[in-house]
Ligand binder design. Sequence first.
Ligand code: NAP
Length: 494
Amino acid sequence: MSSNRDLVVRCPFDDSIYGTLQSTAAEQVPAVLATARRAQAAWATVPVPERARVFRRLAGLILDNRDRILDVIQAESGKARLSAFEEVMDAARAVRVFAGSAPGLLRARRRGGAIPLLTKTIEHHRPVGVVGIINPWNYPFNLPASDGAQALLAGNAVVLKPDSQTPFTALLLADLLAEAGLPAGLFQVLPGSGAELGPALVSGVDYLMFTGSTATGRKLARACAERLIGFSGELGGKNPLLVLEDADLATAAAGTVHGAFANTGQVCVGIERAYVHTVVYEEFLDRLLDQVGSLRVGVGYDWNIDVGSLSSAGQLAAVSAHVDDAVDKGAAVLAGGQARPDLGPYCYEPTVLTGVTPDMLLCREETFGPVLAVYRVASEDEAVERANDSRYGLNASVWSARRGPDVAARLRTGTVNVNEGFAATWGSHAAPMGGMGESGIGRRHGNEGLLKYTEPQTVSVQRLHRIAPPPRLGNEGYAKLMTTAIRLLNRGTR
Ligand code: NAP
């Protein structure tokens, strides 16, 4: 059990104290869940179009409060303003898309009954109850906004445990939801440590949506399995990018820069390895290095920074360790490769490496920073084979005029962006997003992302006759009758 203590949030721009708040104690979690449960019982009776209205308002409020949200996201995470804006833009669009699709998706649907005319069968989607969301620091606003929207639209209450580093962003989201008209108790935030609050949360919720590392995801999946509750995990990645012979190299280079260095490389779907066809390798690399050289690295709230700070000393140490290990083992640094304490305590240069070999940490492990390894490949087949050679399977990016969709079919990743790094699939909110392999289980966004927060319930009403031998027919007569009936039914079934 834990007790309340002060949670001190530091701003990565200068390591100053941004704010202090009291963390939730583990023993308070059951009361929070009880409040959520009471609020959920009433919310489940609210018609879906009325629930959706809250999220239409939320979408507007997110845009109206854009700058206020950007300031808090940046202060807690250290990211560049443009990266923070990508979160805000994503959240405003996602919640609106989900509000539009929820009423149709959650409508009760008539299904074919056991006996035509005699059995009336309806499929319903009932809310699971209370959904726990555990979120990381790298996207502290759009992830809980969009996951929360899907869970709430489905009729659930949400209890969010944000990362210890980003509680104020989560609390701002809670304020906006209240302003949008969400009834009290339906969206509660538990600031505090995951290791302390996680067990209490998992032991009381009806579903857990987790975003974070594969290691933590595994632990939480085990705990959910023990309770036989649903679990969805959006976990790590080591995402490949393929530049094929017929790629437009100018756009491929620009797209690679965004894919690898947006959000200072701290993006689950961000690009960490590029496989470039030998025919275009030199030209692509020249164009890439040109673009990387013009990136403005730094800290602060103005719009003129392309690559912001890493989020913490821990992140800086992890990124430096990967690059140093690669350099020690013989990799060549073509751009960056250094921390920039002169710009900000956790700034790190956008880095491009070649000569990366399997004995180097960053060859296979997720770096989660502004570091890209570029590899020369002899063919499309080699690019596909090497892209798939990973325990992860979150996102892939393919640059090609004609081959994109065919190559996508051979890639083992949950999303494939053709002629884009990650934003095209991520921003397609009506389609599912998530990972294969050790990148996760379950999907967010799309129909799957909403329906996972429901329990399908089938209700069948039987009329006139039960499905059993009528007394006058006898068992054998019934079997004969039904054999003929099923033959006829099967003939008429496509
Ligand atoms: P992490 O250590 O797993 O932390 C993520 C969240 O889990 C935090 O809120 C953390 O709490 C909490 N947590 C930690 N241990 C816990 C436990 N034992 N029980 C319950 N909760 C626990 O992840 P991270 O390394 O900070 O985040 C980066 C990772 O997230 C990367 O691997 C990245 O790829 C992944 N990510 C994936 C996606 C996606 O959609 N696939 C999106 C974004 C990020 P505290 O830190 O507050 O204690």
